[in-house]
Design a protein around this ligand. Structure first.
Ligand code: FE2
Ligand code: FE2
Length: 292
């Protein structure tokens, strides 16, 4: 199976900073991926955080610019991953910039505690605005290959009996208000030749273990190298955290990097289990994986 030779992940937005420098943290996530197959380099922006001003500030300090982006992937609808999407697409400044997401991304998505408020793709960032800014939407429930060895998962089968989306929100379906299962929640898998599969998640509302297992199904026989992103265990009880951590350990990742909505308790449990192989995320953190 063909994969890529080199992957660099730079955290351009997260809920935390390293505590030094002038990078800005804001609730949300955005990861800049530089991927090379030995012949070509592709830069993929996974999620765009919630404020383009802060995103661009961090990118500039990290010697990145929106014009470098070749593809945008949106892991799910939440405002802290899709905020100012149209502005980001405009700043990239390309025609027909691929913007990959699930077909239900732009649905109404309302939290109802403590009161009703929209927490999906924010106003002014609908399909028409994104396409007017230069984006070309590629909405799919099936996996979307971005280059050989790099795949957006599409809809993730929910197999585990201990994972759930972790968000109380509603949407409208057939003129009825229904609990929103966040079917759009996806992730990106990158197979690095001779090394293994790296998985980049947004919030893991599909369940991080479901995401990891499905990623490995898409690259049969390949080992898991590492996983980076939000695991959305912030409100999970100790039982669920323990089940998640031990199921993750069964997959034998070489490294685990978790932040955003992972939550302090889950970060502690991951650190206890994976020791130095666990690292918390923060803005500016950079990971590289390459073919040996
Ligand atoms: Fe989030
Ligand atoms: Fe989320």
């Amino acid at each position: 199976m063909r994969g890529v030779k080199f992957l660099k992940i730079i955290v351009v937005m997260d809920d935390a900073t390293s505590g030094s420098g002038d990078l800005i943290a804001q609730h949300g996530a955005s990861f800049f991926l530089e991927i090379s197959n030995g012949e070509e380099i592709r830069n993929i922006l996974v999620d765009v955080g919630q404020s383009s001003g802060m995103l661009f500030h961090n990118m500039e300090r990290l010697c990145l610019s929106p014009e470098m982006v070749d593809i945008i992937v949106l892991t799910h609808c939440h405002y802290d991953h899709t905020g100012d999407l149209a502005e980001v697409v405009r700043a990239v400044g390309k025609r027909d910039l691929p913007v990959v997401a699930h077909p239900t991304l732009f649905r109404p998505h309302f939290a109802y505690r403590p009161c009703l408020r929209h927490i999906g793709v924010p106003y002014g960032n609908g399909p028409a605005e994104v396409e007017a800014a230069g984006g070309k939407l590629l909405l799919s429930t099936a996996p979307v290959p971005l280059l050989e060895g790099v795949t957006v998962l599409g809809e993730v089968p929910r197999i585990t009996d201990f994972e759930e989306p972790g968000v109380n929100a509603v949407t409208s379906l057939d003129d009825k208000l229904v609990e929103d299962p966040l079917e759009d929640d996806t992730a990106l898998a990158v197979y690095i030749e001779g090394q293994g599969v790296v998985v980049v998640t947004g919030c893991s509302h599909s369940g991080v273990i479901n995401i990891l297992r499905y990623s490995l199904e898409l690259f049969p026989g390949m080992p898991l190298d590492g996983v980076l992103g939000g695991f959305h265990l912030i409100k999970a009880d100790d039982r669920r955290i323990e089940k998640t951590v031990s199921a993750m350990a069964d997959l034998k990742p070489r490294w685990v990097a978790a932040g955003h909505c992972t939550g302090f308790n889950a970060q502690v449990a991951l650190r206890n289990r994976f020791k130095e192989a666990f690292e918390p995320l923060f803005v500016g953190k950079t990971m590289t994986v390459s073919t040996p």
